[in-house]
Design a protein around this ligand. Structure first.
Ligand SMILES: [Zn+2]
Length: 188
């Protein structure tokens, strides 16, 4: 028997030949062009609707280590006419010092699920991207020499400025809490 779902997935692949990178990512001195989740969703969505396909998440798990959140998501793609379906897996990671890590990771997972499922070329070099992100994580993950917590951007200063500033003032890499403490000690 013919599988209508596979035929429709193949139609989506025929309709979307290439996605041009539309976003610019900058980490300090590292710059590269990337494709945004918005552009992927906008493009794939049109083709899914046209072909009578729906995709939605059915299972998800996430973990957080420091500022790094990882999600594993299982999506389901369904042909709305025959009910034929398949499960699609994807993972994503996101770095955030506050509460946006999981959201970022989910956005990443969703984008890559679309790109991989429909084999959409983007001209992206994933190796280059992950190493750029890794470099940035290492920079971001500088620990305070006093309390050992991750130094974060504070009061309009970047992580780098915090580090340089505290080294100048106290000859040590310090977080904003410890800088405040040390400043008060010095003043009294
Ligand atoms: Zn500290």
């Amino acid at each position: 028997m013919d599988n209508e779902l596979y035929k429709k997935m193949s139609m989506v692949m025929k309709e979307i030949n290439y996605l041009k990178k539309d976003g610019k990512i900058e980490f300090g001195t590292t710059k590269y062009k990337a494709i945004t989740e918005e552009k992927v969703t906008e493009t794939v969505r049109k083709s899914l609707i046209k072909n009578g396909l729906v995709i939605f998440p059915i299972r998800q798990s996430h973990k957080r280590e420091g500022t790094l959140s990882t999600v594993d998501v299982v999506y389901k793609i369904v042909d709305i006419e025959t009910g034929q379906s398949e499960e699609l897996c994807s993972s994503g990671t996101g770095v955030d010092t506050q509460d946006k890590g999981v959201g970022k990771a989910m956005t990443y997972a969703y984008k890559y699920m679309m790109l991989r499922t429909f084999a959409i070329p983007t001209g992206e070099d994933p190796d280059k991207i992950s190493s750029a992100e890794l470099d940035d994580k290492e920079k971001k993950m500088t620990l305070c020499e006093e309390c050992n917590s991750v130094i974060i951007a504070y009061a309009g200063k970047t992580v780098e400025q915090m580090i340089v500033g505290s080294q100048k003032m106290f000859n040590a890499k310090l977080c904003h809490v410890c800088i405040k403490k040390m400043s008060n000690v010095g003043a009294s």
